[in-house]
Structures are given as C-alpha cells and as structure tokens.
Design a protein around this ligand. Structure first.
Ligand code: NCD
Length: 313
C-alpha cells in the first residue's frame, strides 16, 4: 500500500516517472480524444478528501484530478466542524471507519504535525498527506518540483532562494527535502531570524552535505544568484497573535516587486505555493518569470499522476 506521508520517500527515478506521466496527462487533457480516454483510467474508483484545515488549491485540484481520471470523489471541507471531530471523535477512529467504506485513497489535511502518519497506521487504504500542520506538504513539493523541471529543464545544479516563514511553512520544508536529492543544488534561505528553518531540517542539510546559507537581510544582494525564487507567506495562523503583528511589519523586507526583481536573472523563475498576501506584488503577475499561477495548475496534473500511481499500481 502506498501512503504518501513525506517528500523523503520519493526516489529520483520515481519522481521522473511521475513527472513524465503528469506531462502526458497534461497533453491528453488538452486534446479532446485524450480527454475521453483519460476518463476511463480510474473509472469505478473512489477518493475521499477529508480536510480539517482550510484549502483552495489542494482540495479542488485533487477533486479535479480525480474527476478527469473518471474517479468519484466524496469530500468534506471544515472537517473539524462538519465531521464527528466536533463530537469528540479521534482522527484515528474517523480514518479507521472511512477506510472501511473501501475508498481507493484518502486525501487528508490536518492541523497537527504527524497526523497523516497517525492516519496511515490505522487505515486499510492509502493515505495522502495534503498538509499536516507545520509538518509537511509532499504533494505540493511534487508540483513545485514539476514546475521547476518543466521550466528550467533540469533539477541538478540550481541555486534556489527560498524566502518567508521557513519555520512554520510546510511547503518550503517539503521542497527543501525533495530538492536535496539532486546534485549541485544549493539553497539561500531568507527569513526573519525567528522564522528560520527548524533545527531538524538544518541538521538534515548538514548531514547530507547540502550547501546552504541563512540570511535575514539585504535581499538585493542575493537575488542575482537565484535560478529559482520560491516565496512564501507569513503563516499567521501558526503564530501566536502577539508575535504576529511585529512579524508582519518585519515582513515588509520580504516584498518582491518590479523594483527589486530588476536584480534577479532574466531566466530565473518566481514561484509561490499561494495563497499570497503582500509578499509578491501583483505588479509582477505579468512578468514572464512569474510562474505561480502555472504552478497551481501544474498541481492538478501532478495529482493526476500521483492518484494513478497510488490507486492503479
Ligand atoms: C500552502 C499550505 O497549505 O501549506 N498552500 C497550498 O497548499 N498551496 C501554503 C500556505 O498556506 O501558505
């Protein structure tokens, strides 16, 4: 059974296969004959989406991915309120029962780190981690990597500037782990000191001899080095409110706009998992380097490939 819990678990061979499949699904979906054929791929299969935390892209792109492959979807958002969690049921009991209804996979988003792993220990069907609090977001890392692969044509020898709330943001965490599998990758990690990466990730980078530097100022000096700029929002919901207001003003240093993007390479790409707040100015949306909306759409193709891999093999 293939649970998808962490981006650690993917080998570069599997990643390449998934990306090639995602690309072929993308091509088929944009052609009328291909679209009809795709609908038969997972016909008769059932997906449960259970989301205890808010989501726009992840939940809808999983539902759309399942739909395009002919798979039925049962879906609950706000599961903290609209499931038996509000009556005091544990995550383990809910998942145990849902898995008895014989879905072919369960996509789970939860506010607690480790929730997807706990769910996997009691589930009879594959669990797909769609974000476990400040823990991981492996399917986002897959679509982020797919976007880099498509646009840069390689995953080796890249300098990646990752900025924002690196302590609480799970997308940056999963992406750093995934990119660390490739040769010649180096990271510039730009965050306020209090929101720097957690110690376990720092230890992971050191143990694997991955080149990285951590900085909290002078964005203009590092922008020219980046092949990929990956920006993230302040995770306000994970920060206690008294710290939050100070950090919000500190976040002004993180705003990317037309003026500072002049320093970035012409052939770099600018990514963001979305939702954004003010950290990427909308005046960059028409910059050809801005890939964040394409990135969101890639999520659907990658999740098609992932569902096919998890359910059909
Ligand atoms: C991210 C998440 O939920 O971690 N959103 C997403 O899935 N695209 C990023 C975020 O909320 O900041």
């Amino acid at each position: 059974m293939k649970h998808i819990i962490s981006s650690d678990q993917f080998s570069t061979d599997i990643l390449l296969t998934l990306f090639q499949n995602a690309k072929s699904f993308e091509e088929k979906l944009n052609n009328s004959m291909g679209k009809v054929l795709l609908k038969r791929k997972l016909e008769g299969k059932l997906l449960f989406n259970i989301f205890y935390e808010p989501s726009t892209r992840t939940r809808f792109s999983f539902s759309a991915a399942a739909f395009h492959l002919g798979m039925a979807v049962e879906d609950t958002e706000s599961a903290s309120y609209f499931s038996s969690a509000i009556k005091g049921e544990s995550l383990e009991d809910s998942i145990k029962v849902l898995s008895l209804y014989k879905p072919d996979a369960i996509v789970l988003r939860h506010s607690e780190e480790g929730a997807a792993f706990r769910a996997a220990t009691v589930s009879n069907v594959p669990i797909i981690n769609a974000g476990d609090g400040p823990g991981e977001h492996p399917t986002q890392a897959l679509l982020d990597l797919y976007t880099i692969w498509k646009n840069k044509g390689r995953l080796n020898n890249l300098t990646i500037l990752i900025g924002g709330d690196l302590k609480n943001g799970r997308t940056a965490r999963s992406l750093i782990k995934l990119l660390s599998k490739y040769q010649g990758v180096q990271f510039i990690l730009f965050s306020p000191n209090s929101l720097a990466i957690k110690e376990d990730l720092r230890a992971f980078l050191k143990q694997n001899s991955i080149a990285f530097m951590e900085i909290d100022n002078h964005l203009d000096r590092v922008l020219p080095a980046a092949d990929v700029i990956y920006w993230t929002r302040l995770q306000k919901e994970r920060i206690n409110s008294s710290d939050g207001s100070d950090l919000e003003s500190e976040y002004d240093k993180f705003i990317l706009n037309k003026e500072n993007m002049v320093h970035a390479k012409n052939n770099c790409i600018l990514m963001h998992p979305l939702p954004r707040n003010t950290e990427i100015s909308s005046d960059l949306d028409n910059d050809p380097r801005a890939k964040y909306f394409e990135q969101a759409q890639n999520g659907m193709y990658v999740r098609m490939a992932l569902l096919d891999w998890v359910v059909n093999s």
